[in-house]
Design a protein around this ligand. Structure first.
Ligand code: FMN
Ligand code: 7N5
Length: 385
């Protein structure tokens, strides 16, 4: 696992560089790409460049405790792996390799509906919490069958993706005429739900149930007995609807810029959602997390924890299960260092005073409660003064 310069990867970007060389060009484009002109894809990462950290001197912290508790389970860090389809596109180790790597470190994995391995195989490989991401199919029996299998094999939550009535217009895939290689199939789907899945975009338009409303949250919760999170919320309005529908948590996400191009970066949307939720459930974030400092910034703006998507597949492509283990280890180490240098012995104290947002010379004062009233990002607050 050496980079183009012959060195060991030290950051998620190093793994990406490695993956780009390893993967066929159309597979790279499927993973790396976004919808439309990829403005939201770019914004997800770029917004983190605009946030400044505030250091703390002589805090006496020797070893920070990076762990957090989520739904009664202890995670080694406020970090997990987002649901990403077909890990076997990146490496034969597939989802079992990713699950083993995350599990060894005590970090959770959200398994995609489009996993290349069965839910049961992945459960057998993992030592840390697993959640199952759900797409809802026109064939409702498929969706409910997945939810029951998740419950029966020890998954701890369901993650309902709410931003994808069909997959977005991904121009790279359309131009490449992208189809999955023959060895990559959705291991958990059978019958009509699986038909045509080799062409993901076209398949989603045939198979996904677009008639859904928020009542599906209670149906999934009642039949599985599992907490249900909504993934893909970017506005106060949808956050309110999700809470009213009984979600156990919200994942602020724009699907890695793969759905509606032109929407806010995830980090920009986070304060609005956190304010609307008013502590009624934990709020998580994915999109553009590429360093330990990015994790800390998201927590400072109110996230309980974050998820990485593409970095997991890039690390898998670069070095299989070991690559994922190394990438996650690096992120935890960077987070721990950033916590010491900003004066936080544990994630629970990371508050809005830890960061300065663009257009502000000082942090918002008077907010010392962790994960409480966050700053508006300037993109949502352009008013002078
Ligand atoms: C190749 C790929 C496949 C994805 N598959 C799914 C999926 O099956 N279900 C889902 O809810 N989100 C899916 N996502 C979105 C991720 O869960 C996540 O929102 C996004 O990747 C986070 O952004 P990041 O890649 O910048 O970390 C996928 C993303 C990528 C890149
Ligand atoms: C139909 C496959 C959808 C996977 C997905 O969610 C994505 O590629 O973003």
């Amino acid at each position: 696992m050496t980079s183009a310069t012959g060195r060991e990867p030290l950051t998620p970007d190093d793994f990406a560089e490695h993956a780009r060389r390893e993967l066929p060009a159309d597979v790279w484009d499927f993973i790396a790409g976004g919808a439309g002109r990829e403005r939201t894809l770019a914004a997800n990462e770029a917004v983190f460049e605009t946030v400044r950290l505030r250091p703390r001197a002589l805090t006496g912290i020797e070893e920070p405790d990076t762990s957090v508790e989520v739904f009664g389970a202890r995670w080694a860090a406020p970090l997990g792996i987002a649901p990403v389809a077909y890990h076997s596109l990146a490496h034969p180790d597939g989802e079992t390799g990713t699950a083993a790597a995350a599990g060894r470190l005590g970090l959770p994995l959200v398994v995609s509906t489009f996993a290349g391995r069965t839910l049961e195989e992945v459960a057998g490989a993992a030592d840390a919490p697993l959640w199952l991401q759900l797409y809802c199919f026109r064939d409702a029996g498929t969706t409910f069958g997945l939810a029951r299998r998740a419950r029966d094999s020890g998954y701890q939550a369901l993650v309902l993706t709410v931003d994808t009535p069909f997959t977005g217009r991904r121009l790279r895939d359309l131009r490449n005429g992208f189809t999955l290689p023959a060895h990559v199939t959705p291991a958990n789907l059978t019958g009509p739900a699986a038909a045509g899945s080799a062409t993901p975009g076209a398949h989603s338009r045939l198979a996904f149930d677009r008639s859904l409303d928020w009542s599906v949250v209670a149906r999934l919760r009642d039949l599985s007995g599992l907490p249900v999170l909504a993934k893909g919320v970017l506005t106060a309005r949808d956050a309110g609807a999700a809470v009213a529908a009984g979600v156990a948590g919200i994942i602020v996400s724009n699907h890695g810029g793969r759905q509606l191009d032109g929407v806010q970066a995830s980090l920009e949307a986070l304060p609005e959602v956190v304010s609307a939720v008013r502590g009624r459930c934990p709020v998580f974030l994915d999109g553009g997390i590429r360093s330990g400092a990015d994790v800390l910034v998201a927590l400072a703006l109110g996230a309980r924890a974050v998820f990485v998507g593409r970095p997991a597949l890039y690390a898998l492509a670069a070095g299989g299960s070991e690559g994922v283990h190394r990438m996650l280890t690096l992120l935890i180490a960077e987070l721990a260092d950033t916590m010491v240098l900003t004066g936080h012995a544990s994630p629970g104290t990371i508050d809005a005073d830890t960061v300065i947002l663009p257009g502000h010379s000082r942090p918002h004062t008077g907010n010392t409660a962790p994960h409480a009233v966050p700053h508006p990002m300037p993109c949502t607050d352009r008013s002078p003064g």
